[in-house]
Design a protein. Structure first.
Length: 444
């Protein structure tokens, strides 16, 4: 605790120094003070259990601050542009999520169909429409407006599972809603974006569907396959059935590729072969290798993937901030305000819908997070693939860190107010060790 207090004292000193430099007309040189302030603050908050979850988000603020003051360090090295790393980094994160899940995680649809249907429906109605309303109300450039709508149209945020766990909500329902909304995203995200955002930017429906399949669905499928062969917990019959289903997803993705790219038979076969290698055969070999070397140590795998995921998310946000620095200097404050409005409206309306439709308190909290927290990484990657990461990608880059701050605050507040019927000392969602490993990965 003493170290954390020292860090907080240092953070205060650094903040005051930075502000003094700004008021003295030396703002360009104050960057290192503000970066060091956030780093010291991140260390300091870890000494208090109620707010230690914010440490990672504060680290992101440090990285974003550095990229705002010195964007040249976060855009390229020589001829290599860092933004080309966004897609593979997102795919690694999605693979990590899939490798910590299994087909059994989707059985929640059978156990709690009402909550899942309401949650997924509310998510894909509330956030796109709120984003569309904000884009109309505020005088942003068209591509910034498109980015606000885009962050509203993507599936629920990966961190929502963690917030549901912290707030004593229904973790099983949270995982199921997140999974189903992700599976539906290749169809619903481009459809909603086309309808709501098509007036601000050209939207290629089939191209966006292909992007989501490649960025999210196939890496998750690869993670499922990897998990099948690393854990070997399924019966032979179940393994065969699941592998057949995953193969069907690979085939469908390649059919979408043909439609999106007007590909020839030769191009289809070439793309299909690469997809099979990367997302089907290689995960089998990797899973079998891990099982023989690490004896299927899921806890170690979860920790490694958690670190990789958190680093990747921070890197993606930093790259986008550096690329869109000039636009942020023009609309940054107002965009932070509208992103906060969008995010908080999701919490309030998600909770309200659950209350109106008669769900219990734990499920209401779950819907608040599943509606209000978005997959900012996917929205950023889609903006990159549109060739507009410096404009369309700004709202997702701001929304991501912001939702972690608001989500952590709301989850901590709810944690001290357990749902009716739960003991404050022992309350919380039922969870297994597997759930907690999954939470570590999805926290990014």
């Amino acid at each position: 605790m003493k170290l954390h207090k020292i860090a907080l004292g240092l953070a205060v000193a650094l903040l005051l120094t930075g502000l003094a430099m700004v008021f003295d007309g030396k703002a360009p040189g104050s960057g290192p003070c503000f970066v060091a302030f956030f780093i010291a603050l991140a260390i300091g908050v870890r000494g208090w259990p109620a707010i230690k979850e914010l440490s990672y988000t504060v680290c992101i603020f440090a990285a974003v601050t550095a990229s705002m003051f010195r964007p040249e360090y976060f855009t390229r090295i020589g001829a290599f542009q860092f933004k080309t790393l966004i897609n593979p980094l997102l795919q690694i994160i999605m693979f990590g999520i899939g490798s910590q899940m299994s087909f059994a995680d989707f059985t929640g649809v059978i156990r709690m169909p009402k909550g899942v249907i309401i949650g997924v429906g509310a998510h894909y109605m509330i956030m796109p429409l709120v984003g569309f309303g904000i884009a109309h109300l505020f005088n942003f450039p068209p591509e910034i407006k498109a980015g606000i709508i885009l962050i509203g149209c993507v599936p629920s945020g990966l961190a929502s599972n963690v917030m549901s766990f912290i707030s004593r909500a229904n973790l099983a329902l949270a995982v199921t809603i997140g999974a189903i909304s992700t599976l539906l995203s290749p169809l619903l995200t481009p459809l909603l974006m086309k309808k709501l955002g098509g007036g601000y930017i050209e939207v290629n429906f089939w191209g966006m569907m292909l992007d989501i399949l490649n960025l999210v669905i196939l890496p998750i499928v690869a993670g499922f396959v990897f998990n099948l062969f690393s854990s070997r917990s399924e019966t032979r019959q179940n393994m065969i059935a699941q592998l057949a289903g995953y193969l069907a997803i690979v085939i469908v993705t390649n059919l979408v590729f043909v439609q999106a790219k007007s590909a020839s038979l030769a191009q289809f076969l070439s793309h299909f072969g690469r997809s099979m290698g990367w997302y089907y055969v290689l995960p089998m070999a990797g899973g079998a290798t891990l099982r023989s070397t690490l004896k299927g140590n899921a806890e170690l795998m979860g920790r490694v993937l958690s670190l990789v995921s958190m680093t990747a998310i921070a890197f993606i946000i930093t790259i986008i901030t550096a690329a869109g620095r000039e636009s942020l200097r023009t609309v940054g404050i107002l965009l932070i305000v509208t992103s906060t409005l969008h995010n908080v409206a999701g919490y309030i309306l998600g909770y309200a819908v659950a209350w109106l439709l008669g769900l219990v308190e734990r499920d209401r909290r779950t819907l608040a997070f599943e509606v209000g927290m978005q997959n900012g990484g996917l929205a950023s990657a889609l903006a990159l693939n549109m060739g507009k990461v410096a404009t369309v990608g700004l709202a997702p880059a701001i929304f991501g860190p912001l939702m972690n701050v608001t989500g952590s605050a709301l989850a901590s507040w709810w944690r001290n107010r357990p749902p009716p019927g739960e003991d404050a000392a022992t309350g919380g969602s039922p969870s297994t060790g597997r759930d907690l490993v999954k939470d570590e990965v999805t926290a990014s």
